[in-house]
Design a protein around this ligand. Sequence first.
Ligand code: CTP
Length: 135
Amino acid sequence: MPGMARTVITFGTFDVFHVGHLRVIERAAALGDRLVVGVSADALNLRKKGREPVFSERERMAIVAALKPVHEVFLEESLELKRDYIRQYAADVLVMGDDWKGRFDEMGDVCEVVYLPRTPAISTTALIEKISGIA
Ligand code: CTP
């Protein structure tokens, strides 16, 4: 429909920002006209992974917000609120990495759900391990 902007939403920690993060954001943005990114809160990461991110939520949000394809960022405080965030930002498409494949199919009643393949051979965890080993 003309004049109807298509909003894409995606979520992630985006800690120790790397090219896999950039690629998923670029590909998500290409699926619509406006990309909104939920950056997961420090407390959420601590609960989920048992450690604090290297960079704080404010720093991670600032980095993601500065990227050209990103129109808006917000703090994702709970994994259970995905449906509310999708509604709040009027998202037409939910994009997740295929490490989450199938896990968000239930959102198909409020938006389109797309899983994108991860960039091979890079992750925040692997980077931290690699850099820790250098010293
Ligand atoms: N991502 C990707 N390719 C990678 C790494 C991440 O496409 N090589 C995507 C994820 O699928 C997700 C987003 O980037 O959609 C944010 O992922 P995040 O969990 O923050 O990054 P990881 O590097 O996977 O972090 P960790 O090692 O801590 O799990």
